[in-house]
Design a binder for this molecule. Structure first.
Ligand code: BG6
Length: 282
C-alpha cells in the first residue's frame, strides 16, 4: 500500500522510488519527508506530539489568521494547526502518490467557531514523487456570504548549518521586517542569508524561490495561488524562549513559508480558493 495509518495517528506515504512522507492527523502536519533516505524537514527534538500544542516543525498549516489579530480571538496562527483533521484517503495520479485530509467547521471547538464564525471546509492534499513534495490547501466557503482569511504553509526545512544557507528569488522585493517593528524594507541582497534573528514577510513574491546549502542548490519551492513568503529563524534568544525548541537547534532549520498573509484573501459564498507549493529536493 502506498499509504497506511500508523499507530500514532499519522499517515505514512510511500513512493515506489523509496521517498516517504509522514503526516499527523493533528494539524494535518507533515512531520517527515525523506528523499534518498535523508530527512528534509526539521522537527524539534522538543516538539510536543500529544496534540496539546501545534507541532514545532514539519509543515504546520497557518489558517485563518497569521500571527494574532485583535478582532479575531484565536491563538497565534489560527486553529488549523491545532485541530484533528479527518483522513479522507489515497489519491494517485501518474507518478504522484497522494493523500487527502479535511477539516470542517463542525470539528472546531465552540470558542474557535465563535471567534471565526463561518461555514467552511478545508481540503489538504499531500503528494510525493521521487523527489518532490506537494502540499495543496483548498478552502471552500460553505456560507452564503464572503469570508476572509490568511494562510501559510509553514515549512521548516532541515539544514546542516544556517550559516551556509542562502535563499534565492527574493532580491528587490519589499518585506515587512517583524524584527524591526514592522519596518518596510527593500531586499538589496541577491541571496538572503541568516546571521541573527530573521522574521520577514516578503510580498508579491514570484512563483519560484530556492534554497542553497554550501553554495549548492538544495530545494526549489514553487508556489501557486499565494502571494507572499515568510522567512524565519528564531536565532539564539528566541530559541531559548520557546519551550518546544532546543536551545541549540536554530542552526539546523530555516522556515521558508509560502502563503497569503499580507492581505486578507476574500472568498465569496460557495466559492473555493487554492494555494499550493511543490518543493523539489535538488
Ligand atoms: C512565523 C512568524 O511565521 O512563525 C513568526 O513570522 C513566528 O513571527 C513564527 O515567531 C513561529 O510561530 P509559532 O506560533 O509557531 O511560535
Amino acid at each position: 500500500m502506498p499509504a497506511h495509518e500508523t499507530s500514532h495517528k499519522s499517515i505514512l506515504l510511500e513512493h515506489p522510488s523509496g521517498a516517504k512522507a509522514e503526516i499527523r492527523l493533528f494539524g494535518a502536519t507533515v512531520t517527515s519527508w525523506t528523499v534518498d533516505g535523508s530527512e528534509r524537514l526539521f522537527v524539534s527534538k522538543n516538539a510536543i506530539l500529544d496534540g496539546s500544542k501545534a507541532i514545532r516543525g514539519g509543515i504546520p498549516i497557518v489558517f485563518p489568521i497569521f500571527g494574532t489579530e485583535e478582532k479575531i480571538k484565536l491563538p497565534q496562527h489560527g486553529f488549523a494547526r491545532n485541530s484533528n483533521w479527518d483522513y479522507v484517503g489515497i489519491l494517485t495520479d501518474n507518478d504522484e502518490v497522494a493523500v487527502r485530509f479535511s477539516l470542517k467547521d463542525n470539528q472546531l471547538t465552540h470558542e474557535q467557531r465563535s471567534a471565526w464564525p463561518h461555514s467552511f471546509r478545508l481540503n489538504y492534499t499531500v503528494a510525493i514523487t521521487a523527489n518532490t513534495l506537494r502540499t495543496t490547501l483548498v478552502v471552500k466557503n460553505e456560507d452564503e456570504d464572503t469570508f476572509e482569511f490568511k494562510s501559510l504553509l509553514h515549512t521548516y526545512f532541515r539544514v546542516p548549518n544556517i550559516e551556509q544557507v542562502a535563499v534565492n528569488g527574493l532580491s528587490k522585493l519589499t518585506y515587512t521586517d517583524k524584527v524591526q517593528n514592522g519596518a518596510k524594507v527593500v531586499e538589496e541582497n541577491q541571496k538572503v542569508t541568516v546571521a541573527g534573528e530573521v522574521d520577514r514577510v516578503y510580498t508579491n513574491v514570484p512563483e519560484e524561490v530556492s534554497i542553497e546549502i554550501e553554495n549548492k542548490p538544495a530545494f526549489k519551492i514553487v508556489k501557486t495561488g499565494m502571494k507572499d513568503t515568510v522567512v524565519w529563524n528564531p536565532w539564539i534568544d528566541k530559541a531559548k524562549g520557546m519551550g518546544d525548541f532546543g536551545d541549540h537547534e536554530y542552526p539546523n532549520m530555516i522556515c521558508v513559508e509560502v502563503g497569503s498573509v499580507a492581505e486578507w484573501v476574500k472568498v465569496a459564498g460557495g466559492e473555493t480558493w487554492t494555494g499550493s507549493q511543490i518543493i523539489t529536493a535538488l
